[in-house]
Ligand binder design. Sequence first.
Ligand code: 1CP
Length: 340
Amino acid sequence: MTSKERFLASVRRQPTDRTPVWVMRQAGRYLPEYRALKEKYSFTEMVKSPELATEVTLQPLQRFPLDAAIIFSDILIIPEALGQPYHFKDGGGIAMDYLLDSMEKIDALDTSRIEEKLAYLPAALRMTRNEIGDEKALLGFGGSPWTLAAYMTEGGSLKDLSALKSLYYSEPATFEKLMGKITSAVIDLFKMKIAAGVDALQIFDSAGAFCPSAHYHDMSLKWIKQIIDSLPADFPVIIFAKGMAHQRDALVNTGASVLSIDWTIDLPSYYDTLPDHVAVQGNLDPLILSSSADVVRTETTRLLDAMQGRHGHILNLGHGILPSAKPENMQVLCETIANF
Ligand code: 1CP
């Protein structure tokens, strides 16, 4: 099987010759060759240059036998395309250029010409596809409207989402307007990525766990469902709802093909409760990659053992790779899977 066949079979819960693997934030700070590029270019320069974004996307694949590449980009290109730019802070981390804190600013968000404003992205995807050929899966991604709205109203690292939640509770019409605008931009982005040849899309609902369970649907999942409904039927969509796996039925009802699960969940017993068209991804603790080769071997084998006989498992971390991950441990992870 090629990597792409292995990945797509798992998405469809069909048998594979081995468990496919990829990691989120592959192009993280753990690779010296990424840090070297970042000495020369700013984060947003790399995101906006198809050549640099391609180079960064390929870096992990040149080292490790991963089954999928995730395009180097960021969820915050959507706020930027709507008129609220972001920047990489000197000391690290990300901040929006201004705070979305009034009705006027929400009104001013411009949902037109998203394709034109993000034209660098299909260019990067096509360039990456040319390099990897049809052997590997190529993934696109985007933030959930709720998570994007959180960054837009908090301005940077998330604290308590008080502004966004107040909007939801006290000004529902304004909340709906904001979410409708973001949803429409994400749909444009995803359609563009599909046209540029991605094999699957991952939606990051990284801020989902700020939602009370009773409101998770209205705050976040309903908008994710609108996005999935607008895509070609059966196009593979992976949802990463950090800290919200307990909302299993609601997550399944969005129409997602794969649920990406964080490390707090016992993956095999969770898998066993899913309908038979939904696959899982996950869920190693990212921190094991910062420890020793022995720990990586033990933890990876434990997960593979536990999931044995279950088709439809994509091996991944329970969240993005950490800057402290040791590249040699990533190699051990891939070897453990290949030799299992
Ligand atoms: O392999 C790749 O490079 C994939 C591309 C990728 C993805 C999938 C990046 C590049 N970012 C993301 C998603 C993303 N970006 C999410 C959702 C996933 C998650 O929960 O982590 C979020 C919330 C962001 C926003 C963002 N971008 C943050 C978090 C800000 C905060 O404090 O909450 C940060 C630090 C970034 C920068 C960023 N984006 C990507 C990378 C490799 C980096 C680090 C860059 C660096 O330090 O040099």
